[in-house]
Design a protein around this ligand. Structure first.
Ligand SMILES: [Zn+2]
Length: 97
C-alpha cells in the first residue's frame, strides 16, 4: 500500500471558508508567534481595508474582530444554528430593508 499522497491537498480558493468569515493566521515575530485574524464578507468576499495604512485589516483575535468590525460599518449576524455571517458595508447597505 502506498498512501504517500494522502496529505496532498490543494489549498482552497480565496472564497469564504466553511468555518465562517474568519481566517486565522500566525506570524512569527521576534517575541514569538502572533495570531492574525482576517475577516471576509460572506457575500462578496471583500476584506476590511485600512485606508490610512493601505493594508488589510487584521485583528489579534476573532473576538476582537467581532467587537471592532461593526465600527467599520460591517454587519455581523449569526442565524440560529447557522454559520456566522459577516457583510461588508456595501453588502450590508443592500441588505437593510
Ligand atoms: Zn460584501
Amino acid at each position: 500500500m502506498n498512501e504517500a499522497s494522502t496529505r496532498n491537498r490543494a489549498p482552497g480558493p480565496l472564497a469564504v471558508p466553511p468555518g465562517g468569515p474568519w481566517a486565522l493566521r500566525t506570524r512569527e515575530t521576534g517575541d514569538g508567534t502572533r495570531s492574525l485574524v482576517t475577516a471576509t464578507c460572506t457575500r462578496c468576499g471583500a476584506v476590511p481595508w485600512d485606508e490610512p495604512l493601505g493594508m488589510t485589516v487584521t485583528f489579534p483575535s476573532i473576538e476582537q474582530a467581532r467587537q471592532e468590525l461593526p465600527g467599520w460599518g460591517w454587519a455581523l449576524s449569526t442565524p440560529r444554528g447557522g454559520a456566522e455571517q459577516l457583510l461588508c458595508p456595501g453588502c450590508a447597505a443592500r441588505t437593510v430593508p
